[in-house]
Write a protein that binds this ligand. Structure first.
Ligand code: ZN
Length: 180
């Protein structure tokens, strides 16, 4: 996904850019298909999407290998952004669409209706990285460590970071705005 991005960025001279990278991530049940062989650090691995044929450990191992690969992908993404340190304010906002059950209480995957889904499926990983020049402007100290955020915060936080003036912007959903 990062191939060719630099030439795309070069063409957007003097414009703000939002680039959306939609990876397969750890999408199940075929976790073993989500990473190249070099990332198979945890073994033995479940090599079928029929999870009932695998042990809990094999399933978790395949899942963990896919996590390793996402780590590497995000590292490469940040490395690419760092190349623009002297010319741009850059940031990466990573967010998952859902979590995943890996056998806790006999539950797997992520398909349960929201009201009954365990937190493993609804408590998602997310983080934001800023380069130095951007982080000086962003009021990261306004994020409270015990605050609960949801995917609803993504849209308004992006509008805030890009200084987009629009009446659909709701500051209370921008995680970098003062909470009243
Ligand atoms: Zn998904």
């Amino acid at each position: 996904m990062l191939v060719g991005l630099q030439s795309y960025i070069a063409k957007q001279k003097d414009k703000d850019i939002l680039i959306v990278l939609h990876q397969m991530g750890n999408h199940g049940p075929a976790y073993y298909k989500r990473y190249p062989k070099a990332f198979e650090k945890f073994t033995p691995v479940c090599k079928t999407n029929q999870l009932e044929e695998c042990s809990k450990e094999e399933i978790s191992n395949a899942y963990d290998n896919a996590i390793l690969y996402t780590d590497d992908f995000l590292t490469q993404t940040i490395a690419l952004l760092k190349k623009y340190n002297s010319s741009h304010q850059t940031a990466m906002f990573y967010m998952s669409d859902h979590g995943e059950s890996l056998g806790e209480n006999g539950i797997y995957l992520h398909g349960l209706p929201y009201f009954m889904a365990p937190s493993a499926q609804t408590h998602i990983p997310a983080f934001i990285w800023f380069n130095d020049s951007f982080s000086k402007e962003v009021q990261a100290h306004k994020i409270q460590s015990d605050a609960r955020y949801t995917q609803d915060n993504l849209f308004h936080t992006l509008l805030g970071l890009f200084n987009v003036q629009t009446k659909v912007y709701e500051p209370r959903l921008d995680i970098f705005q003062e909470k009243i």
